[in-house]
Design a binder for this molecule. Sequence first.
Ligand code: AMP
Ligand code: FE
Ligand code: FE
Ligand code: ZN
Length: 275
Amino acid sequence: MTYVDLHVHTTASDGSFSPAEVTALAAAKGLSAIAVTDHDTVSGLGEAIEAGIRYQVEIVPGIEISTKFHGAVHILGYYLRPDSPALKEVLEWVVHDRDLRNEKICKRMREDGLPVEYASLKARFGEVVGRPHFARLLTELGLAGNVQDAFCRYLEKGKRYFEGRNFLSMERSVKIIREAAGIPVLAHPFQYRLDDKQLRELIEYGISCGMLGMECLYTGYSEEQRTYLLSLAAEYGLIPTGGSDFHGMPKPHITLGNADVPFSFLQSLKNAAGR
Ligand code: AMP
Ligand code: FE
Ligand code: FE
Ligand code: ZN
């Protein structure tokens, strides 16, 4: 059986491997396909697709959008058209909002005497700069032992370098993905700490917005949890997907391909996308 990984981050957002490096790693692991699903950007897709041809790994174009529905909810989008004007407009808004938030974080760091300029962070990390990048920076400056430690000490809500940002609504995100001809999928359903009733409410709300799939296989989910999510997906007529959420160094416990997603999952996704 061949395997795929439909949830992978690169340096285009907060991963530590470039799109080409992730693709090479996928080839080395014998994966037949990966979906590149960077946070709030499609800017890594071109490089990944090019590398995919070289390494003979199928690249599924994707994205992961951070949204709010009560708490944080992540929506994956597959096979979306990266050049969709509506998508572009929304992603530009997200980057602009992050810029405003990140400038505030940099200002506070400078007030504390840290040598931080936002322009150089953007030059180094790309257009989507997030708290994970600040965590890396604080670690390099010797203020934290690692990324997790930096979050605990400085970046979690209420800590010195925390600043909030605005989020797209779940409805807008799902609709924008559909408008870009993509398949919107609820990411990692057990990460939101919902009970069964709340999870069903989330799923039903998502479906009312146009959501078409649910991530059922994911790093750390037990056989029981996988089976449960697969049955929920079947009950609601959602396309089941799966992936690791590989980030490289920022999440060292996650290895590429570790969600053991059979190729048949990609096949149903492709059928739905008309590919
Ligand atoms: P941002 O969207 O820039 O505010 O950053 C949010 C990202 O930071 C999330 O997607 C997580 O990957 C990461 N994150 C949030 N809280 C923590 C935490 N306590 N420890 C490690 N990573 C975190
Ligand atoms: Fe991330
Ligand atoms: Fe996520
Ligand atoms: Zn992710």
